[in-house]
Design a protein around this ligand. Structure first.
Ligand SMILES: NC(=O)c1ccc[n+]([C@@H]2O[C@H](COP(=O)([O-])OP(=O)(O)OC[C@H]3O[C@@H](n4cnc5c(N)ncnc54)[C@H](OP(=O)(O)O)[C@@H]3O)[C@@H](O)[C@H]2O)c1
Length: 247
């Protein structure tokens, strides 16, 4: 298929879904370029991939800073000669009821989950448009297709990136630039994400749910692998990934 030797930039690659995807994609011959803020984690993951015969590099990246995304894409081009895919996966989920007015957290979610994705899109768009191919995969959430109590702002960011991916796909088809887009809608996946919740009721409820039904991030990594591996004329737009046991 088409995955081998593709150059794939992954944000939020230092844990959870990003880490699992980086490892799986690299094990199948992709060249992965990892971005996140925690350098020690990025270094360990890169070394692990290389020890298993894969190809990986990393750069400390804060997705809220557009220049960091430009530098990450530049690293991909300098190290591996180009870029084929960006996986916009970095995200935070400090859920809470709107009445709690955690406005700093609202702003952080917009900065990371929405503007961070836009920064990734802006960093790859000139290259993808010029080369007339590319793929943009973004981790939305089931909270991006359904409304959940406590997810007013988190869900708003995830609905927004869903719209963004679909419009990029449609515009690219019109502009003949062959850019493929994919939105992922994971449900309860056991990662470090719940650590970003500060509201105690939200944290308790989510922790209980995840402990009872949560599945490993490898489930999402396999879907990313599938989306990247499709032939150039096939765009798989959307995947919802639920634990079988989640109601
Ligand atoms: N786990 C779930 O159940 C679930 C369900 C639906 C959607 N999602 C989405 O899946 C994505 C990945 O989350 P996860 O579940 O794998 O949780 P995770 O283990 O907490 O991973 C989140 C990743 O995002 C990175 N990140 C956070 N803020 C960042 C910033 N400003 N700049 C760069 N990187 C940043 C973190 O790295 P650093 O802290 O090192 O920067 C980390 O690598 C998120 O978009 C999340 O909303 C998760």
């Amino acid at each position: 298929m088409t995955l081998k030797n593709k150059v794939i930039v992954i944000t939020g690659a230092s844990s959870g879904i990003g880490e699992a995807s980086a490892k799986l994609l690299a094990s199948h011959g992709a060249k992965v370029v990892l971005g996140a803020r925690r350098e020690n984690r990025l270094k360990d993951i890169t070394e692990d991939i290389e020890a298993k015969g894969g190809q990986a590099t990393y750069r400390v990246t804060d997705v809220t800073n557009p220049e960091d995304l430009v530098a990450l894409v530049k690293l991909a081009k300098e190290t591996y000669g180009g870029i084929d895919v960006i996986f916009n996966n970095a995200g935070i989920m400090p859920t809470s009821p709107i009445s709690a007015l955690k406005t700093d957290e609202w702003n952080s979610m917009i900065d990371v989950n929405l503007k961070g994705v836009l920064n990734g899109v802006a960093a790859v768009m000139p290259e993808f448009t010029k080369q007339k191919h590319g793929q943009i995969i973004t981790t939305s959430s089931v909270a991006g297709i359904k409304s959940f109590v406590g997810s007013g702002v988190y869900g708003a960011t995830k609905f927004a990136v869903r719209n963004l991916m679909e419009v990029i796909r449609m515009e690219s088809a019109q502009e003949h630039t062959n850019i493929r887009t994919t939105s992922l809608y994971p449900a309860a996946i056991n990662t470090e994400l719940l650590k970003t919740i500060t509201d105690s009721d939200s944290k308790q409820g989510m922790s209980k749910l995840y402990a009872s039904v949560g599945i490993t991030p490898d489930a999402v990594a396999r879907v990313v692998n599938f989306a990247v591996d499709q032939p150039a004329d096939v765009n798989v737009s959307e995947f919802t990934i639920y634990p079988t046991k989640q109601a």
